[in-house]
Design a protein around this ligand. Structure first.
Ligand code: 5GP
Ligand code: MG
Length: 209
């Protein structure tokens, strides 16, 4: 596998923006703080897309998005990639209880495309404990791909339970439960254009879940 060229570092999300300072247009009434604004996401995806396109040269990419979380990210990122792309989606069983993970992830709906001798780019919303990506990368490697790389929109710091590093990272965020831009709480908030932290009274299992 080719070594990775120089990449721009993921923007480190420092002090989350208090809601009073985040423009109402770019946030949501249920958010306590905005971690990553809509504009920051757009800018970062342009860079990531250029880096990914440069790395693969003229090669075709087989992108695999882990749904539902990576849907919005994958849709926008793939439009910034200039290579020919084949797209597949896989679904992983939720092994999370409210906002924390328990147990082991499993593939519920697997790959439909042939991955043998293909350059596979696995796309996920967030790297947290690392268990999901380790498991999926292992399953892909068994299918004899030419290469496997991973791209995550977010990486949570200090949360890894298994040894894993993504090849491309959009943003490093603090250890907070994030929603928006594909990330959900009880399947809600995926459609927010920004990424933020829910107000604490909304982080309990809601009666509408
Ligand atoms: P991991 O296997 O790395 O622990 O976590 C993978 C999955 O857990 C992610 O793909 C995502 O679905 C979920 N997850 C982890 N952290 C968060 C978070 O802060 N917010 C949301 N909405 N989901 C998360
Ligand atoms: Mg997920």
């Amino acid at each position: 596998m080719q070594p990775l060229p120089q990449r721009t570092s993921p923007f480190l999300v420092g002090e989350p923006l208090p809601m009073s300072k985040a423009s109402a247009f770019h946030s949501h009434a249920d958010l306590e703080t905005v971690l990553v604004s809509e504009i920051a996401i757009k800018r970062r995806l342009k860079k990531l897309g250029a880096e990914i396109s440069a790395l693969y040269g003229k090669d075709e990419i087989t992108a695999i998005a882990i749904i539902n979380g990576a849907i919005l990210f994958a849709a926008d990122l793939l439009r910034e990639i200039t290579n020919p792309v084949r797209l597949d989606c896989i679904r992983i069983s939720s092994y999370r209880n409210e906002t924390r993970s328990v147990g082991r992830p499993q593939i519920l709906h697997s790959f439909t495309l042939d991955l043998t001798n293909r350059h596979v780019l696995l796309i996920d919303d967030i790297l947290d404990t690392g268990k999901t990506l380790v498991m999926v990368v292992q399953s892909i490697k068994k299918l004899g791909p030419a290469s496997v790389r991973t791209c995550v929109l977010l990486e949570k710091q200090g949360r890894r339970e298994v040894d894993f590093e993504a090849d491309f990272v959009g943003f490093k965020i603090p250890d907070k439960f994030a929603v928006g831009y594909g990330l959900d709480f009880a399947e809600r908030y995926r459609n927010l254009p920004c990424i933020g932290v829910l107000k604490s009274h909304l982080q309990n299992p809601p009666e509408w879940a």
